[in-house]
Design a protein around this ligand. Structure first.
Ligand SMILES: Cc1ncc(COP(=O)(O)O)c(C=O)c1O
Length: 397
């Protein structure tokens, strides 16, 4: 049976994330993965959450197992408001919506704003999950280069000037995925000026903002926004657990109302059990202490990765910028045009990395870059993984 003819044009040419595909190949326990974006499982508060879940199901089974409201359980919305308010000025003009991961928030924001053929400005490179969401709405992705201090503002102005139909910019200003870079304060202010000048919205995606292990925190775009142009996507995935699928949007009320309707269609509401678990966890424990443990561990893991890159990578053949937080390190190999053979050689050596093409606007164009993740592997595995990667790079560059 041939199914392609039954498929919508929207999905016919779509490809799944190569990272997810790689996960399937990584069933081999000998493979060291520096490829995914998983937080450190060794710090998951499994015991605490198991007690909390048991108590909820014993004492409030109806609340946990019954349908809930689409915008989120009120106490969970308050938890999200508290997290958002730590870095943002959440005003009476904003609504908070609990999302099934920030991913859903980004997807539904795109659905609420983009018509087929609309252009959306994105960082180049950017997070594949969001790029794929924009692709499903048949939007045209307009990439603007990411520099060491965030998106190029000259590039952004050029793009906005050239097309007055652009409605929205998508950005991950802090510890960007995949580059690990952070947008400078000057650029944050400039982006807001440009958004105002060319009358566009900004979707600020900030799942890693709490994970700074060196340098100074910078204000979010949302906190600098005086015109209600920023829709802010937050997540509990990297500060509590990705499997609980808890994220949120802080959005101007008129937009939030439409996004809520889309969520109703999409999944009715985010599971009540994990919302209740998060509320109880935040009541019982200081989540900032838990986040601080993650931050410290990621600082150590990042330092270990960099130290071993300096030791094992062929000298002068690989460039990188050391991140100040988050979970990713981005590398460029200026002497080659396509990293794919190195990625394949790495898999033979049982270490997985992600080629830069995955995060590109044109996924078919070759890339000489690759992304490394340091949050999920242990220190020993990071050292061994970087050693194997170093051997592959030395052989092939
Ligand atoms: C930049 C970025 N945005 C959003 C997400 C999705 O987060 P969530 O698990 O909350 O859906 C991720 C996950 O890796 C990410 O890297």
């Amino acid at each position: 049976m041939e199914y392609t003819n039954f498929m919508s044009d929207r999905v016919k040419t779509m490809k799944g994330s190569a990272i997810r595909e790689m996960f399937k190949r990584m069933a081999d326990p000998e493979i060291i993965s520096l490829a995914g974006g998983n937080p450190a499982a060794e710090l998951f508060p499994g015991e605490e959450l198991s007690k909390i879940a048991g108590k909820i199901l014993m004492t409030s089974p109806t609340l946990a197992l019954q349908y809930g409201t689409t915008d989120g359980y009120p106490a969970m919305r308050e938890c999200a408001r508290q997290r958002a308010a730590k870095v943002n000025s959440v005003t009476d003009d904003d609504a908070i919506l609990i999302m099934t991961g920030a991913n859903q928030g980004i997807d539904l924001t795109a659905k609420a704003i983009l018509n087929k053929g609309d252009k959306i400005v994105v960082e180049s490179p950017s997070f594949i999950g969001s790029l794929n969401a924009f692709r499903t709405y048949e939007a045209e992705l307009v990439g603007v280069t990411v520099e060491d201090d965030g998106m190029s503002m000259e590039g952004l102005e050029e793009v906005l000037k050239s097309d007055s139909s652009i409605k929205i910019i998508y950005t991950i200003p802090t510890f960007q995925n995949p580059t690990g870079t952070t947008m400078s304060l000057a650029k944050r202010k400039r982006m807001l000026e440009l958004a105002s000048k060319y009358d566009v919205l900004i979707l600020e995606d900030n799942p890693y903002g709490d994970l700074r292990f060196s340098g100074e925190d910078l204000p979010t775009l949302k906190s600098l926004d005086t015109e209600g142009r920023v829709i802010y996507a937050g997540s509990f995935s990297k500060i509590l657990s990705p499997g609980m699928r808890l994220g949120y949007l802080v959005a101007p009320k008129p937009l939030a109302e439409k996004i809520e309707v889309l969520k109703q269609v999409n999944d009715v509401h985010t599971p009540m059990l994990t919302q209740l678990m998060c509320v109880e966890f935040m009541k019982k424990y200081n989540i900032d202490d838990y986040i601080a443990k993650n931050r410290d561990l990621y600082g150590k893991k990042c330092a270990c990765m960099v130290e071993n890159m300096e030791k094992y990578f062929p000298e002068g053949k690989v460039k990188w910028v050391v991140p100040e937080g988050g979970i990713f390190l981005w590398c460029e190999c200026p002497t080659i045009t396509d990293i794919s053979p190195v990625v394949d050689r790495c898999l033979e050596k049982k270490v997985a990395i992600v080629p830069g093409s995955n995060f590109a606007i044109d996924i078919n164009a070759p890339s000489n870059m690759f992304r490394l993740n340091y949050s999920s592997a242990t220190l020993e595995k990071i050292e061994e993984g970087i050693k194997r990667l170093g051997e592959a790079l030395t052989e092939m560059l």
